[in-house]
Ligand binder design. Structure first.
Ligand code: NAD
Length: 433
């Protein structure tokens, strides 16, 4: 454990050799590092159960298990952080941990969040004089804000609430429409329900003010007032690998070229951003946050000036790789389903964040680490090698391997560099004789 500036103890996220242990040994390593044993026990999963799940969604018949892994090495805003990630894809947790390790030598990630501000939209159609009505709505802003805040005294008590009203006349294939935006500080909530309730409550008043028909009343997932940013720098030496004959500087420059490729080509940008979302969605899943909202916001934000990458890579004055990310992150530490799932609650406890803003900063740092670890592999040895060990096991299972042969079939395929179902089937026959 380390002491931080507040004198509180924080665990060391380095956890050297963590990946080598069994799940039970890793849980013990977390306890040894200072994580509350009850949190560790909850991370083991299974506590929601079918009855618990029945209260989360509809028509429930069961639950689906995901692996939860812990990404190590993260240092975020000067504090070591262990990051829970729930994902079914191989190499994601390993890559995030490796990315965090490369950034660790230069003190990890610095984050910055613009504030937990969400936007609710109220659509008015068939407005007789939409530009005139826009002014009428804006004139009534104080009254609208008051009515909106009456819907959520708890949010207001926590220092949040509707702060502003905006109005836009937009051109659509069905003519002009007047769109009213409520600008709402949702504090530690994701805010979906909170802002939708406000928008629905204001609908009759907007109809009265505009003379139009109010139809949609819902948040925008293009949460461009809720931006999370993270930066880090990486020394060229930290990028080197024994697997290819490239210097750290050459790898650094190739990463910048990989970013430029994404900036110049939406086919590449889509995959570049998928790499970022590998990490972000995994933390969202682990904390039971709404990853569809985050995905929608991320890609809408990436498309604002023609679809492009959410990260940027440059070379700084000291020759280091300067990495940055900026995207909307709409997440909560309260509300939604976050407190309905004991494993997700434990994941939040492990992250030890004080607010939704802090959580958003972690998401941004993980997205950045995931992206440059992926790029570093892509520009050097390629990503297939890192995928192979677990992928080979998946192929062995897919080929029908009995449990006791999976490891051996996978190891033989990796050694032969032939990870294919037909080879797995041959090996299963051979080893079963
Ligand atoms: P919520 O309504 O469950 O909780 C938010 C409420 O908690 C606040 O309105 C407030 O009254 C209370 N609260 C207590 N302590 C608070 C604190 N410290 N900070 C802020 N609020 C506090 O949930 P929500 O966050 O409003 O909505 C999230 C849900 O909305 C998610 O499950 C999401 O899936 C869903 N949703 C999303 C969309 C979308 O993204 N398009 C649409 C509809 C619903």
């Amino acid at each position: 454990m380390n002491s931080d500036s507040t004198g509180l103890t924080r665990m060391d996220s380095r956890l050297s050799g963590f990946y080598k242990g069994s799940p039970a040994e890793r849980r013990q390593a977390l306890i040894d590092a200072g994580v509350d044993p009850e949190t560790v026990e909850s991370l083991r999963g299974g506590a929601l159960g079918v009855d618990g799940a029945d209260g989360v969604s509809e028509n429930v018949v069961g639950t689906l298990e995901y692996p939860i892994g812990i990404a190590t090495n993260f240092r975020i805003d000067g504090e070591d952080t262990l990051v829970p990630m729930a994902v079914e894809e191989t190499s994601v947790v390993a890559a995030a941990s490796f990315g965090a390790r490369m950034a660790r030598g230069t003190d990890g990630f610095t984050t910055d969040v613009s504030g937990p501000i969400m936007i609710a939209q109220i659509q008015a159609t068939d407005v007789p004089a939409p530009h005139h009505a826009k002014s009428t709505v804006l004139d009534a802003a104080d009254d609208l804000i008051e009515r909106a805040n009456e819907q959520d005294p708890v949010l207001v008590e926590h220092g949040g609430g509707c702060e502003d009203v905006q109005a836009r006349v937009i051109d659509t294939p069905r003519g002009e429409m007047l769109i009213t935006h409520l600008i709402v500080d949702v504090r530690d909530a994701m805010g979906g329900n909170a802002v939708n309730t406000m928008a629905e409550a204001l609908a009759p008043k907007i109809e009265e003010l505009t003379g139009g028909d109010v139809s949609l009343r819902i948040l925008s997932n293009l949460a461009d007032r809720r931006l999370a940013r993270a930066t880090c720098t990486v020394e060229p030496d930290a990028l080197e690998t024994d697997d290819v004959e490239l210097s750290g500087e050459e790898i650094r420059d190739r990463i910048v070229n990989a970013w430029a490729f994404a900036a110049g080509d939406p086919y590449r940008a889509a995959t570049h951003n998928k790499g970022i979302m590998n990490g972000i969605d995994a933390v969202a899943t682990a904390t039971f946050n709404d990853w569809r909202a985050i995905e929608a916001g991320a890609h809408a934000y990436a498309a604002q000036d023609g679809y492009g990458p959410l990260t940027t890579y440059e070379v700084d004055a000291d020759g280091r790789l300067a990495c940055s990310i900026e995207l909307p992150i709409q997440v909560g530490t309260v509300g939604g389903a976050t407190r309905l799932q004991p494993t997700a609650e434990a994941a939040l406890e492990l992250l030890d964040v004080d607010s939704a803003d802090d959580l958003a900063g972690v998401f941004a740092a993980v997205g950045l680490a995931q992206n440059f670890a992926g790029l570093r592999a892509l520009v050097s040895e390629g990503i297939q090698r890192g995928h192979m060990n677990l992928h080979a096991k998946n192929i062995a299972v897919q080929a029908g391997s009995p449990d006791d042969l999976v490891d051996e079939v996978a190891a033989r395929m990796v050694a032969e560099e032939t990870v294919r179902q037909d080879r797995a089937e041959e090996l299963i026959d051979e080893l079963s004789e």
